[in-house]
Design a protein around this ligand. Structure first.
Ligand SMILES: Nc1ncnc2c1ncn2[C@@H]1O[C@H](COP(=O)(O)OP(=O)(O)OP(=O)(O)O)[C@@H](O)[C@H]1O
Ligand SMILES: [Mg+2]
Length: 604
């Protein structure tokens, strides 16, 4: 298992070392850049609009101050109203222009964020689907679901509201400060002094909330994981009355999630009063010092009005910055998780320059293959096996002997740690996905049906197959009759009431699927386990025609399936302990002969 797999596919954690934090941060930044890069012109336009809009808005208080200074003499009769009207017109103009620019910004920003989200959503789906089985066996479906749902939702919240808050807070703050210095540098000085405790407060909040937010992401994912797991295993849960236990665990996790959220909220309890105190103090000093200067005749009422408005405008949006930091922290914690998944590499990568295999013959070979799952113990030690083209091989053996593992290596769900698996003398690692999947098909006990009609599900075997071909495949494996008895025959929706089919029927459908695919190598892993005896006998007949001209590996506990094989392998602890024609083995005294005798006796 590679380093990245252990870093992210393992348990979600909250305690990162400095180096790990840096790596994670860089990973998030890379993702963000790659999302924004294709839209750089739009980003530029949004930035320009927002800067102009903020600049226009900042003019307001200055114009009010000037207006007051020109209006006061007009009121007392020492001046005329002309300049005041000019200021009023300018004020109205900036207000209207500001509003129009804001509307434009909102639309632009909305388009941008929706485009980013769409991109991210499809990337996560595409990538998680592409990742190898090894990833999905360690990264539970609940965690994947929370990546695609709650994490993306958090990022959406940041993009929708948070960025506007940041712009309001930071850009508006900077512009306001500049305007304040221009109007009255002494009041500007008050802000400069206030920035010191303000900076400390912000830094404290930022750091604490980062840790706290990671916690909430982890617990939120855990809640979803538990929920998904309980619902996926609902049958087993009910059968073994696991409900009270599940409820207890779920309640515990929800409680942890609540506590994590509470800790975040408590940070606000310190931050907001702190901010208010600094703001009140600064405003007080500006008013006091301004008042004193007015009595000295060094300052005007209009300038004081502007200064006070600017000071207020400087602090008020900072509350929003806290909200922004909040959604920023939540979103960057989510982005960390999402980027982790996106940077995960498939453990069975596609070859860069695949060897073409236009027509597979089905000659399979294991050359000194050593294999273990991840860093775990070796399951197949130096395993060698040669299956000539067209041979039907039955594999039997005790539970856990490594039969399914063998099948998974042939289908290249995993790659061997050492040695190689070849098809027609070509290493599976050198075959393109397309050639590989066309040549080798595995049918397992799982027999999954996707939503859609029965015909759709069979057609998965060969996309574009005609209805006649689909029906032909169903007839060949003996699935036709039961399909015709469904409410809408081949057009029955498998997820609708009445379309629900039994486990055995599902297996028949996946047989038809495999029949239609017509691969050079067919692997059946316990694929007949759910069939009743009559349909199994039917399958047996169908299998004989189906397997006639292809290589087949049949893994089965039922020995009836084994009788049609040319060769039987008995496996134990990852090794082949018997390997011969079925008649020869039965005639002997080995493990298979004993198994077979016991089986025959059970039949009478
Ligand atoms: N995804 C996995 N990760 C880690 N270990 C695994 C995984 N799948 C199987 N194993 C281990 O590999 C060994 C062989 O498993 P395998 O599924 O190949 O057995 P099998 O012969 O198919 O058994 P059965 O007859 O019960 O299906 C077992 O000891 C099992 O614990
Ligand atoms: Mg198995």
């Amino acid at each position: 298992m590679s380093g990245t797999v252990q870093g992210t596919a393992g348990e979600d954690r909250t305690d990162y070392t400095k180096d790990e934090s840096r790596v994670i941060r860089e990973r998030s930044q890379r993702l963000l850049l790659s999302l924004l890069a294709p839209m750089k012109w739009r980003v530029l336009l949004v930035s320009i609009v927002v800067v102009v809009q903020t600049g226009v808005r900042v003019l307001g208080p200055a114009l009010l101050g000037i207006g007051l200074n020109t209006a006061l003499p007009a009121v007392t009769g020492e001046g005329d109203w002309g300049p005041t009207w000019g200021v009023v017109t300018a004020y109205a103009a900036t207000a209207i222009l500001g509003a129009a620019l804001l509307a434009w910004y909102d639309t632009l920003a909305a388009h941008l964020t929706q485009a980013v989200l769409l991109d991210l959503r499809t990337r996560v789906f595409h990538h998680t689907q592409r990742l190898s089985l090894e990833f999905h066996e360690t990264y539970t479906s609940g965690r994947i679901i929370s990546r695609q749902t709650s994490d993306l939702e958090t990022i959406r919240e940041l993009l929708n509201g948070g960025l506007t808050q940041l712009v309001n807070g930071v850009l508006y703050g900077v512009f306001t400060f500049i305007a304040l210095v221009l109007v009255d540098w002494q009041s500007g000085l008050v802000i400069v002094v206030a920035v010191v405790p303000l900076g400390l407060l912000m830094r404290w909040f930022y750091r604490r909330s980062q840790v706290r937010y990671r916690e909430t992401r982890v617990w939120s994912a855990q809640v979803i994981v538990k929920f998904v797991e309980t619902m996926t295993g609902i049958r087993a849960g009910k059968a073994f009355r696991a409900e009270p236990g599940n409820e207890r665990i779920f309640a515990g996790l929800s409680e942890k999630y609540r506590e994590a959220n509470m800790r975040v909220i408590r940070l606000f309890g310190t931050f907001e009063p702190g901010l208010m105190a600094i703001s009140a103090f600064a405003t007080g000093i500006v008013v006091l010092w301004g008042g004193v200067r007015i009595t000295w005749g060094e300052f005007t009422v209009g300038a004081l009005l502007s200064a006070v408005l600017y000071v207020r405008n400087f602090f008020t949006p900072l509350q929003e910055v806290a909200t922004f930091i909040n959604s920023f922290q939540a979103a960057s914690a989510a982005l960390e998780k999402v980027s982790g998944v996106l940077e995960e590499e498939p453990s069975v990568p596609d070859p860069e320059s695949p060897t073409a295999l236009p027509e597979a013959h089905g000659h399979l070979r294991f050359d000194d293959v050593t294999f273990g799952y991840g860093a775990g113990r070796t399951i197949l030690p130096e395993f060698s096996l040669d299956i000539p083209e067209g041979q039907t091989v039955a594999v039997v053996g005790t539970t856990g002997a490594g039969k399914s593992t063998l099948a998974k290596l042939v289908s290249r769900f995993y790659d061997p740690s050492e040695g190689s698996v070849t098809l027609d003398e070509i290493d599976l690692r050198d075959l393109s996905q397309q050639d590989l999947r066309r040549a080798i098909v595995m049918v397992t006990q799982e027999a999954y049906l996707f939503s859609g009609t029965v015909a759709d599900n069979i057609a998965l075997g060969r996309p574009g197959a005609s209805f006649d071909e689909i029906e032909g495949a169903a007839k060949a494996v003996g699935a036709h009759e039961f399909i015709m008895s469904l409410p809408d025959g081949y057009d029955t929706d498998v997820n609708k009431r009445g379309g629900r089919v039994s486990a055995g029927q599902r297996q028949l459908v996946s047989f038809a699927r495999a029949f239609l695919a017509d691969p050079a190598v067919l692997i059946l892993d316990e694929a007949t386990a759910s069939l009743d005896i009559p349909s199994e006998q039917m399958i047996q007949r169908a299998l004989q025609t189906l397997l006639a001209d292809r290589t087949a590996i049949i893994i089965a506990h039922r020995l009836s399936t084994v009788e049609i094989a040319d060769r039987v392998l008995v496996m134990e602890h990852g090794r082949v302990i018997e390997d011969d024609a079925p008649e020869t083995l039965i005639a002997g005294t080995g493990t298979f002969a004993k198994l077979h005798r016991a089986w025959r006796e059970s039949l009478v």
